[in-house]
Design a protein around this ligand. Structure first.
Ligand code: SF4
Length: 73
């Protein structure tokens, strides 16, 4: 579900419109924090796309919230 980008930061491997996978990832994550409402884009109650720790990238987003993910490389 994740890949390391060129800076070694974990990037979601499925782009910006994988609504179901982004929901699954957020449901499995204990670090989810909802972003402010105007930054939310997903219809799901919980989604990485709506998490305060996601940072949009050109193709997808990176996650700043899960140290274990970063360590897993
Ligand atoms: S911390 Fe990262 S993996 Fe967890 S819900 Fe937020 S964006 Fe997704």
């Amino acid at each position: 579900m994740w890949r390391a980008n060129e800076k070694g930061v974990m990037e979601f491997a499925h782009g910006k419109e994988a609504w179901s996978l982004a929901e699954q990832a957020a449901l499995a994550c204990t670090c989810f924090v909802p972003d402010v409402e105007e930054e939310q884009v997903a219809g799901e109650e919980r989604s990485c796309y709506d998490c305060r720790y996601r940072r949009w990238s050109v193709e997808s987003f990176t996650c700043l919230g899960v140290p274990a993910l970063q360590a897993a490389g």
